[in-house]
Write a protein that binds this ligand. Structure first.
Ligand code: SAH
Length: 369
């Protein structure tokens, strides 16, 4: 048997004391345990890590999102001060590319308060390094960010990192998935009576013995964002992989070293995520009086907000300025990254973009023809 890691020892003790642990709490410990959680001790991104995200694929991603943020700020009436909040900023690459792209818009740079919501010590250090030229504030939770000024909230692959619960209607009533100790060692899934709090997150019509995936954590996060947007004016742009029509079933997955892994093995050493139910996210935003746009595919969004032009410009710069022996590779890299981010056979359709707002007339770039 492989040696248990410290998080597994912690979870075993917890389960021994309580009999089992709900799926959502298990995911929270696996990812965010203050000492042993997956994100706490490592930088998981890139070829040498476990997975790669859009901002790490190409600088173009952050640059066009930066342009989206500036356009939104213009449409908000150029408020003299506003909070730009990025949730789950990873290495800080998206924010760095976004700010570099718009740093010549002086009024914007004078108006922006940069806020990052991040609970990993290791990644906060990376973000500090990436954004050392800027005045940045860090928070554990979006609800901590106070102030009666407008807000623009952005996030890429943040929602998928928030925990989910699985519910099933059986002859014994609603049950929720938990994790228990397996005889002979290791963890196994089980079911116990569902918490009443989860019932409001279920669809109106349900089929018995089907699994329904719900996320109180995403609901809470989205309502916090939407509450702030409703109170102060502003908009949110959240990019993630997920679905827009009712989906039954289990989408929880673990990734290690760019390969799928078992959710119950090497706990704390794999990224655990679940696909995002964007209907649930938008309905949480509406419940706080925010207006919403229909969710769109990442590929369509990035093309509509000008990524193709950005790619052409970058290629032109490379042709003009790069040494002859590097040109071809750099131009090819730009083409490959553009394809990776926008094509339906890569990240273009699986990843989706959602937007909600309040307090101004908004023709959100990418969402309005
Ligand atoms: N947006 C980045 C990173 C995505 S990974 C990118 O696209 O590259 C998820 C990020 O969310 C990491 O920075 C992780 O540490 C952070 N995170 C996960 N759960 C969190 C939580 N509950 N509160 C705050 N940050 C969290």
């Amino acid at each position: 048997m492989t040696k248990l890691n410290k998080l597994e020892v912690f979870l075993i003790e917890h389960i021994k004391a309580h009999g089992s642990i709900p799926l959502g709490a298990f995911m929270t410990h696996a990812l965010c345990h203050p000492s042993y959680g997956y994100y706490q001790e490592r930088d998981p991104f890139g070829v040498d890590g476990d997975f790669i995200t859009a901002p790490e694929v190409s600088q173009m991603f952050g640059e066009v999102i930066g342009a989206w943020v500036v356009d939104t700020w213009f449409q908000m009436g150029k408020p003299e001060r506003f909070n730009l909040i990025e949730c789950g900023p990873g290495r800080g690459t998206l924010m760095k590319d976004a700010l570099r792209g718009v740093s010549k818009v002086h009024d914007f740079m004078d108006a922006v308060n940069i806020n990052l919501v991040e609970n990993s010590r290791t990644l906060r250090k990376k973000q500090e390094e990436s954004l050392k030229e800027y005045n940045v504030k860090w928070w554990d939770d979006v609800a901590e960010i106070q102030g009666d000024i407008p807000v623009i909230i952005i996030g890429n692959e943040f929602l998928d990192a928030l925990p989910v619960e699985h519910l099933m209607r059986t002859d014994c009533g609603w049950q929720q998935k938990d994790i228990r100790l397996k005889e002979g060692g290791g963890f196994s899934f089980g079911w116990s009576n569902a918490s009443e709090d989860l019932m409001s997150l279920l669809p109106d019509k349900t089929i018995s013995h089907e699994i329904y995936e719900v996320s109180p954590a995403r609901y809470e996060f989205t309502t916090q964002c939407a509450r702030s947007i409703s109170a102060n004016g502003g908009a949110a742009l959240l990019v993630d992989y997920g679905y827009t029509s009712l989906c039954k079933g289990d989408t929880v997955q673990a990734i290690q070293d760019h390969e799928y892994a078992s959710v119950l093995s090497h706990v704390g050493q794999c990224d655990i995520t679940a696909h995002v139910d964007f209907c649930a996210v938008l309905s949480a935003a509406k419940s706080m009086n925010c207006c919403t746009f229909p969710v769109i595919n990442q590929g369509q969004f990035l093309c509509d907000i000008g990524m193709q032009h950005r790619a052409e410009n970058l290629k032109k710069c490379a042709e003009e300025a790069c040494p002859a022996d590097q040109k071809e590779k750099i131009v090819q890299d730009i083409t490959t990254s553009f394809h990776r981010l926008t094509s339906s056979s890569e990240m273009g359709s699986l990843f989706k973009v959602c937007c909600f707002y309040q307090g101004f007339d908004f023709n959100a770039a990418g969402f309005c023809a």
